[in-house]
Design a binder for this molecule. Structure first.
Ligand SMILES: [Ca+2]
Length: 588
């Protein structure tokens, strides 16, 4: 059995397990693909009632990183959501990177139109975030967690009645990255709560949940419908679990994808940049410039996810207690995928499945079919129009996605769902230059990928027959017409709303003059200055802006920005446990 088949079998097996544990779900649902059988039409009375939404966005959670999809991973609360709701395995993000994806979710626009093209260009000028329209419909809106756009300001944004955020990525513990001497003097990270600076007191996932549940139960106006946007810091690198889960996976052996191995077979038909990325910040051999094996990293990663699972449990407990389960759509997803060694890569940014696919679970008893694997394709671009649709608000002209509400509720079966092309854009970032500018399009099962600004090959995959993208069909004559069609469509669809391309370039018509003399000179070696040992404390210095201060520190032989390395120093669980306030330590 191929790995793809095994995976498919596992998904279907998991789906069957969901059905098995779901109460009141007919046995017929053991055939999981069509979504319609369990669809329940909302009664007219229900339709008139306001629908609340709780949107839970995890950071960097891979598409299969949940207990009901991977044996051994413990996410009982999220598994219950999937069992009582629908799971959407064909959910993808149009840009697989934090800020661009979040901007797409919030604005309903693609990166080329909202302009947040990378994590460095974060202007929010001229953008309207969809909760603003919900306010117009009488909704109360709240934001808790990572915003990330707008560089360093954590100030409240338009469209939210309640606000809690922090600058940049946020920190797992109040003292993560703060030297002990400063922490002893009371220096801790801060939240911005409705414009006020409030010290972080505990482990971030628990504390965000405290704030969110407090708003739900005590602060909001119970007479109005609400939209809660819960944007976790977890499980972004470097993940740090709460003390109670620190050793949860100590004895669990995680397995890496077969394509992680450095073998000629794994690189057959792959672009050169993919191989060259192995030994970089985002490569399996040197990820985050550490020497931690990915199998160890995953222990931190999934233990950190356990706190998110607890958070989901607490929110569901509140909804149940308040009698709001049937009036509240709960959405659980991630801003981008996360690779753990596929093709030798880690993290995200590229257009491979493990980077662009995200988990998506939706739950609303009586409205979202229970125990169903819904194969209809949804993009992050579709969330904003979906939320406005279910709230009865008109779709703004600038929205580019399509409401998936008919698919989600089972009104339209997955097989009848007319999914638009999945068009992907990633703009090269100087901070992490190892991934080239990437444009891709998926129409039906065929995905075409091209790169911008590098001397490399195109890719074409049949993601249904080859979900692990091991067989590049770009040079297969049988696919010539398809490749030409997809190239054209990709070029056309990447035009912005003014009909222009964000990067001025012309449509690709062929591979170009790529040939080299077989007996001639080979590839250049990496520059000597780039060759270093793992676990250096200055691992972030190369991405810090050049300045005379940085140069002076380097001239003195010092690190400019001493940084905790993965799993060590203030970046270790033990350190966080030691210094965490006792109140937060004891919570579960
Ligand atoms: Ca992310």
């Amino acid at each position: 059995m191929t790995r793809a088949r095994q995976f498919q079998k596992r998904i279907l097996g998991a789906a069957a397990a969901i059905v098995a544990i779901s109460s009141g779900c007919p046995a017929a649902l053991a055939e999981p693909a069509p979504a319609t059988k369990a669809a329940v039409d909302p009664s007219p009375a229900q339709q008139q009632r306001p629908r609340n939404v709780i949107f839970i966005l995890v950071d960097d959670l891979r598409f299969d990183g949940l207990g009901f999809l991977q044996p051994g991973i413990k996410t009982p609360n999220i598994d219950r959501l999937a069992a009582g709701g629908s799971y959407f395995p064909n959910t993808r993000v149009t840009s697989s990177l934090c800020s661009p994806s979040r901007a797409t979710i919030l604005t309903g626009m693609t990166a080329r139109n909202h302009g947040v093209v990378d994590n460095n260009n974060s202007s929010e000028e001229g953008l309207t975030f969809f909760p603003k329209y919900l306010q117009g419909q009488g909704y109360q809106t709240a934001f808790f967690g990572k915003w990330h756009m707008g560089s360093d300001t954590a100030s409240p944004r338009p469209g939210f009645d309640k606000w809690l955020s922090f600058s940049g990525q946020g920190n797992y513990y109040p003292n993560t990255g703060i030297p002990d001497a400063q922490f002893a003097k009371g220096v801790v990270h801060k939240y911005n709560v409705d414009g006020r600076q409030v010290p972080q007191q505990g482990y971030i996932t628990d504390e965000l949940t405290d704030y969110a549940v407090n708003w739900l139960s005590k602060e909001r106006d119970p007479k109005k419908p609400f939209f809660l946007y819960f944007s976790h810091k977890a499980v972004h690198s470097d993940p740090l679990p709460p003390p109670r889960y620190a050793h949860q996976y100590d004895n669990f052996q995680f397995r890496l994808p077969a394509s992680a191995a450095n073998t000629p077979e794994n690189y057959e038909g792959k672009p050169r940049w993919v191989y060259e990325q192995r030994n970089t910040w985002h490569g399996i051999d040197f990820f985050y410039n550490s020497n931690m094996p990915m199998t160890e990293y995953l222990k931190y990663y999934y233990a950190t996810l356990s706190a998110v699972d607890d958070s989901v449990g607490r929110i569901m407990q509140y909804l149940k207690k308040a009698g709001l389960e049937k009036d509240t759509l709960v959405v659980f997803t991630s801003d981008n995928g996360f690779q753990v060694g596929e093709h030798g890569l880690i993290d995200k940014r590229n257009a491979y499945e493990s980077s662009v696919k995200v988990p998506l679970v939706m739950y609303e008893p009586g409205t979202v079919p229970a125990g169903v694997v819904n194969t209809g394709a949804i993009r992050n671009l579709d969330f904003a129009p979906t939320f406005l649709d279910l709230a009865g608000a008109p779709k703004p002209a600038q929205f580019e996605g399509k409401s998936a509400w008919p698919l989600i509720t089972g009104k339209v079966a997955a097989k009848d769902w007319q999914a638009p092309d999945f068009t992907y854009e990633y703009y090269w970032e100087w901070t992490f230059p190892q991934t080239p500018g990437t444009f891709a399009i998926q129409r039906g099962n065929l995905k075409y990928i091209q790169y911008y600004g590098v001397y490399d090959i195109d890719e074409l995959y049949d993601v249904a027959a080859d979900p692990e993208e091991m067989h590049n069909l770009a040079e297969d004559p049988k696919y010539l017409e398809a490749k030409i069609e997809l190239r054209k469509a990709l070029y056309e669809q990447l035009a912005n709303r003014d009909g222009k391309h964000v990067i001025p370039y012309t449509q690709r018509q062929s591979i170009g003059a790529v040939r080299r003399n077989r007996n001639g000179t080979g590839a250049a070696p990496f520059p000597d200055a780039w060759l270093v040992e793992p676990n250096r404390e200055d691992r972030l210095d190369p991405i810090v802006n050049d300045s005379r201060f940085k140069q002076a520190a380097h001239d003195r032989g010092e690190n400019f920005l001493p940084s905790p390395i993965v799993g060590q120093g203030t970046n270790s669980v033990e350190h966080g446990m030691k210094s965490l306030p006792s109140a937060a330590k004891g919570r579960n």
